[in-house]
Design a protein around this ligand. Sequence first.
Ligand code: SF4
Length: 152
Amino acid sequence: MRNYTFLCQQNGGCFGCCGRNLGTTSELKLAIAQNTKEFNAANPQTTEQLLEFRERYHSYNLLHGLCRNLIEKEGQAICPLHPMLNSGKDLREGHCDAAYFCATARLFSSWKEEKQTKFLDFITNKKLDRFDFSKQMESGELVKEFMAGEKI
Ligand code: SF4
């Protein structure tokens, strides 16, 4: 059985829970580009440097509704503070609500592998970009549509 992180990595990376009232696709592209530029300029290597990068803005200071830490690396939207990128250390603690999972992720984690695969195929067939994917994951729109199809 796959856990929610597998789902969050689809479609170039989900960031639906990394902000509030996310802006339009072009605004979000600008926000990610700006965050990535600041990250590359700071080039944080150590935990202290990553925390320094994190602290350059208050957690409520969002750009077009998006967290200032969300960057793009090798074509994937990532949080450089995530434990998967920091040998298990969660550098998000004290900044955002690291324990939060959207309803879609929670449902996905509870399903058997067969149903998870069906949902992943459903997502692939939708051919959404990462912006619509993120919004529809967080809003529950995607999973609602999938579940409605399952009942037929
Ligand atoms: S700190 Fe990372 S996980 Fe938390 S909201 Fe920002 S980008 Fe998302």
